[in-house]
Design a protein around this ligand. Structure first.
Ligand SMILES: Cc1ncc(COP(=O)(O)O)c(C=O)c1O
Length: 498
């Protein structure tokens, strides 16, 4: 049984004017919260002295109430460990009253809810997203993270932590981190920016949410790549925007189709460096078409550059933002793939004209980002650990990708359609005509984590197959994982390829 180490004072009140003696009031209050399940077995209770001070009474009635509770077995005390609720009591509430309360509440329907909370597509994890290892998409190899460097920076900042760490920070984020990011983006991603244009956010998801709040109205239409990033759709749904799916081909988002479907969309979300999930790079002509459309229709381009630090054949592709001359592009980046997702740090690069509006909305949302890990990350980048880490991971992921490609060819032959293998930590394999969802569901039972391509479509599914992550698939298990994939698919899919 888990012991809660700190003694939190339970909500106990006493009435000095009541006829009932104080010790009895304290005794009954404790008994009620224990029996009602608010205080659990093993949980420490305050010292008699501490409780007397909190209640503003003398210690004598508290001593007598504690003695009674000890005698009746509600409390136990151990030398050096203080007084706690007796571990021999049942873990669940014993009073039927509270159970009835819960069930009667759930029988009545609780509500009303805002319509936006009833998301069109549930964000519940699908069976194929629940595991760790072979082919899981979006997973980073955590074992390779430079823990010792990170830990030493954390320790350094803990030691030097002054009052500036404790006060509210800037809604735009820590100056040092914004500056380190701006330098990095100008140098390696061709982003045209100064420090003042960077806003630190808690990942791409929050970046999109702020964009929607500042740039879009309820009912605004937004182009999204089809297939595309499912989690982004929910941000637009929560902001009551209407998503217009626009198909993707080898050149990226098909701008002409977008214009045909909805010329006056207020915004578009694109992943031009490595389209999610198909992995195509947006061609130069499509980039120029998109910028031209945005300029003419006064629409916003939200550029999600989530994993393009890992490019295997050539240098990272320059950003779309770098080509923009009319301040229509908002660039979104994240540390989820290059470092680790629980860090919840990402950034926006805003056109100068938007900075004040974003700042004001941000204050109304969460006031600003937490300071501590921003300071650690700023040093991690400035001292060169970040670029070293990217270089090391790029070569490690390249090896995994090559192995995956080789194993896929060996098992399925050269006619297997593979897309998006030039960058990132996933690629796509197309198996038309199969039920990819059912296959992924079955594969998950054997620890094979295939994301069905069809799950990335908002509308009609035009391609089926799987998104295969190789970030957390170990070199030694790659070949056997591909063999397992082949046996999961059975001979039907393989014959179709030959
Ligand atoms: C297309 C795309 N954008 C962004 C992200 C990262 O999101 P976040 O920064 O919120 O962790 C992911 C993560 O899987 C992604 O696939």
């Amino acid at each position: 049984m888990r012991r809660v180490s700190s003694a939190i004072t339970p909500i106990i009140s006493v009435n000095r004017r009541a006829q009932k003696p104080l010790h009895r009031q304290i005794y009954e209050a404790y008994r009620a919260v224990i029996v009602g399940g608010m205080l659990r077995p093993g949980q420490r209770v305050p010292s008699t002295r501490g409780l007397a001070v909190e209640l503003g009474i003398s210690r004598i009635p508290v001593l007598s109430a504690y003695a009674q509770l000890l005698a009746e077995g509600y409390f136990e005390s151990r030398v050096g460990a203080g007084t706690a609720v007796s571990v021999s009591l049942p873990d669940q509430p014993v009073l039927p009253v509270s159970r009835e309360l819960y069930t009667s509440a759930s029988r009545r329907s609780i509500g009303p809810f805002a319509k936006r909370s009833l998301l069109p597509d549930s964000l519940e994890r699908a069976p194929w997203q629940r595991g760790w290892g072979a082919f899981a998409v979006g997973q980073v190899d955590f074992d390779q993270f430079p823990f010792s460097v990170w830990n030493s920076l954390v320790t350094r900042h803990c030691r030097s932590m002054g009052s500036s760490y404790l006060d509210y920070g800037s809604p735009m984020g820590l100056k040092e981190l914004r500056s380190a990011i701006a330098t990095y983006l100008r140098t390696s991603r061709g982003v045209r920016c100064e420090d003042e244009q960077i806003m630190i956010v808690s990942g791409s998801q929050q970046a999109l949410d702020i964009c929607a709040r500042v740039l879009l109205e309820s009912g605004s239409r937004v182009w999204m790549e089809e297939p595309g990033y499912r989690f982004a759709r929910s941000v637009f749904a929560l902001n009551r925007c209407r998503v217009v799916p626009v198909p993707v081909d080898q050149e990226g988002l098909n701008v002409a189709v977008g214009i045909k479907r909805c010329r006056d969309a207020r915004a578009v979300l694109v992943t031009p460096s490595h389209q999610y999930p198909l992995g195509f790079t947006m061609s130069a002509s499509r980039r120029l078409q998109l910028l031209d459309w945005a300029d003419r229709s006064r629409s916003w381009i939200l550029e999600d550059d989530y994993d393009s630090d890992y490019r295997y054949e050539n240098l990272p592709i320059s950003s779309l933002q770098g080509l923009d001359r009319n301040a229509r592009v908002v660039y979104i980046g994240t540390f989820s793939k290059v470092l680790f997702p629980s860090l919840r740090l990402g950034y926006l690069v805003l056109p100068r004209e938007l900075v004040e509006r974003f700042r004001a909305v941000r204050v109304g949302m969460d006031i600003g980002p937490a300071t501590f890990h921003q300071a650690v990350l700023a040093d991690f980048i400035r001292e060169g650990h970040f670029s070293r880490h990217i270089r090391r991971m790029r070569s490690l992921y390249r090896e995994r990708r090559n192995l995956l490609l080789g194993s896929l060819r060996a098992e399925f032959g050269s006619s297997l359609e593979v897309t998006g293998e030039q960058a990132g930590m996933h690629l796509c394999v197309v198996f038309q005509g199969i039920n990819d969802r059912e296959t992924a569901q079955n594969a998950a039972l054997t620890n094979l984590w295939l994301v069905p391509l069809s799950s990335s479509y908002a509308g009609k599914v035009s391609q089926r197959g799987f998104i295969l992550g190789f970030g957390s698939t170990r070199v030694e298990e790659m070949a056997s994982a591909v063999r397992k994939l082949r046996s999961t698919l059975g001979s039907v899919a393989v014959q179709k390829l030959r």
